[in-house]
Design a protein around this ligand. Structure first.
Ligand code: FES
Length: 68
């Protein structure tokens, strides 16, 4: 199964698919097949998004380069 990672508009990375998520010490998080990873740096539940980005001025809208 493919895993997709989508940087959402002004929000988290949305990850869909079966992944293994480890902390810096190699301990495994229990995760479902759809998770949101914080990229604003303000979540109180890192590495997961807790919605706090909506109360900050975090702004990031990413676009892949158009292929020819
Ligand atoms: S991206 Fe949602 S709390 Fe950081």
């Amino acid at each position: 199964m493919n895993v997709t990672l989508t940087p959402t508009h002004n929000g988290p990375y949305l990850v869909k698919g079966c992944i293994t998520l480890l902390d810096a010490q190699g301990n495994q998080y229990e995760v479902s097949e759809t998770i949101a990873l914080c990229r604003c740096g303000h979540s109180n539940t890192k590495p997961f998004c807790d919605g706090t980005h909506e109360t900050t001025s975090f702004a990031a809208v990413n676009r892949a380069a158009a292929s020819i």
